[in-house]
Design a protein around this ligand. Structure first.
Ligand code: UDX
Ligand SMILES: [O-]c1cc(O)cc2[o+]c(-c3ccc(O)cc3)c(O[C@@H]3O[C@H](CO)[C@@H](O)[C@H](O)[C@H]3O)cc12
Length: 461
């Protein structure tokens, strides 16, 4: 299939104000721009500074920074979900909704063919009168959408769902491995609570999917086909798939500091750990994690934000930790170039939270995968990799949600010891899936088919 298509679109992008959402929208924009389509990308100013280096086609992708209004329920200067604790994200939705007029004015002037969005459920109301087609592009897993964000899951505003209700998947949910266990359903309670003014998270996301001209998902039928079919059935409309959409490696070079440090170690020996753009650990859990890494005796590079209540990672180090791991372990309290670190030859294991972006990056890489999920969607992604594809292992948590240094160390050792049966099994399965995903036309075919879907959508009146 050719990469070129006849008609060139102009597409506006308006993702949820979170790095884990803006990044995949930008990856998709690159693929569309590579085929000659023009993109107008709306995002908060601060996110632009962090992510503009991911724009591979500045001639076709134009950023439109938005002013995120200050509201009393958010700390001054908040622009994305990385700036606040998860408990404050409902207020970020209020702030996002207040950018509606900025969007409206720009869309009136530019009149793109399509607008892609996720969390802003009011986009169809703005776009339809302007003749702009709307695509609700989901960048969390199909499993996360299918288990709660479907019409079969009834939510009455003002009557939050109970843990027990949330523990049962909706009627027809097609998987019995990608599920929540025991008290994990507690982490879904937020879906029936307010997320913005006068609307629940469920109301917002299901309206976004019900009102759009087409639902799109960042996934592939080889891995989540049944779940996508279920979503399509639930909403009575086709679901277009973009595939995993990851950029080709080595768009930029790894910072010399990390390249030099990693090059001191044997191939495949270093354990890398990162938990995405939002997750911040409690201090005690952070210290337990460091002790777990220490016990493995393996070299490690940890990139995590300072734990709650601290200003630096150093401040939270366990007594004597730095001296004991000197020369083999580093803890960095900020952002690193995750995809480049994962593709460094010295890195052999990726301990991550299984956010959907990290999930794809780990699957397409060749490091062993150890998962410590935090949010409900990350737990489901973890079950997909650990129980269904059997390509990685999950760190066991106690009933309280706490994970011990022993369980972390055990999980890492189980994939890193050469003779470990589990290690060999997940390595073999991972290699098999990786071969499918990196095969020459896999991603290209997905994008080309997706563009055909858009063309067909444009033809409809
Ligand atoms: O130091 C870092 C940390 C992260 N990253 C990048 O940031 C992105 C993080 O995205 P993830 O989806 O993995 O995780 P986030 O937690 O940030 O995402 C959020 O949105 C997507 C959902 O699936 C997640 O559950 C949600 O938390 C990845 O592309 C990763 O490569 C870095 O480049 N450097
Ligand atoms: O944890 C989640 C469990 C689940 O079953 C579904 C979702 O969905 C989404 C989502 C977000 C936006 C959309 O347009 C569709 C789906 C989730 O996103 C995360 O929600 C957090 C709410 O507090 C937010 O902080 C974070 O930035 C989002 O990535 C989570 C689940």
């Amino acid at each position: 299939m050719s990469e070129e298509t006849n008609s060139k679109f102009h597409i506006a992008m308006f993702p949820w104000f979170a790095v884990g959402h803006i990044t995949p929208f930008l990856h998709l924009s690159n693929e569309l721009a590579k085929r000659g389509h023009k993109i107008s990308f709306f995002l908060p100013r601060k996110a632009l500074i962090l992510l503009e280096n991911l724009n591979l086609h500045p001639n076709l992708i134009t950023f439109h920074p938005l002013t995120v209004p200050s509201i009393t329920t958010l700390p001054p200067g908040t622009e994305t979900a990385s700036d606040i604790p998860i408990s404050d994200t409902p207020s970020l939705a209020v702030a996002m909704d207040l950018t509606r007029r900025q969007l409206e004015v720009s869309l009136q002037a530019m009149r793109p063919d399509f607008i892609f969005y996720d969390t802003a459920h009011w986009i169809p109301q703005v776009a339809r009168p302007l003749g702009i087609r709307t695509v609700c592009y989901n960048v969390v897993s199909a499993a996360a959408i299918a288990i709660v964000l479907v019409p079969a899951r009834e939510v009455t505003p003002g009557k939050p769902l109970t843990e027990e209700e949330l523990g049962k998947p909706p009627v027809g949910y097609p998987s019995n491995t990608v599920v929540l266990r025991g008290n994990e359903a507690r982490s879904l309670i937020f879906i029936s609570l307010p997320f913005g003014d006068n609307i629940t998270f469920h109301g917002r996301t299901t309206t976004a999917m019900r009102e759009c001209d087409a639902i799109a998902m960042r996934t592939c039928r080889e891995i989540e086909g049944d779940l996508c079919a279920y979503i399509s059935n639930q909403y009575g409309k086709p679901v277009f798939l973009t595939g995993p959409v990851l950029p080709e490696p080595a768009m930029e070079t790894l910072d010399e500091k990390w390249a030099e440090w990693l090059s001191r170690f044997e191939p495949g020996s270093v354990v890398f750990c990162a938990f995405g753009s939002q997750h911040v650990l409690e201090k005690g859990q952070f210290q337990e994690l460091l002790r777990g890494f220490e016990s493995t005796g393996l070299p490690f590079l940890i990139a995590l934000r300072p734990p709650i209540g601290t200003n630096s990672v150093e401040e939270a180090f366990p007594e004597g930790f730095e001296e004991r791991v000197r020369g083999r372990g580093v803890v960095h309290g900020g952002w690193v170039q995750q995809p480049l670190i994962l593709s460094h030859p010295s890195v052999g294991c990726f301990v991550n939270h299984c956010g959907f972006g990290s999930m794809w990056e780990s699957l397409l890489g060749d490091c062993q995968i150890v998962m410590v999920p935090h949010l409900a969607d990350q737990i489901l992604n973890t079950r997909l990799l650990a129980n269904e594809l059997k390509v990685g292992v999950e760190v066991e948590r106690e009933e309280s949600g706490w994970f011990s240094k022993e369980s972390l160390c055990r999980a890492i050792e189980s994939v890193m010891y050469e003779k470990s049966e589990v290690g060999l099994l997940v390595k073999k399965n991972h290699a098999k899936w990786r071969e499918v995903l990196v095969s020459p036309n896999f991603m290209t075919d997905y994008i080309n088919r997706f563009i055909q879907n858009l063309q067909e959508l444009q033809m409809k009146n």
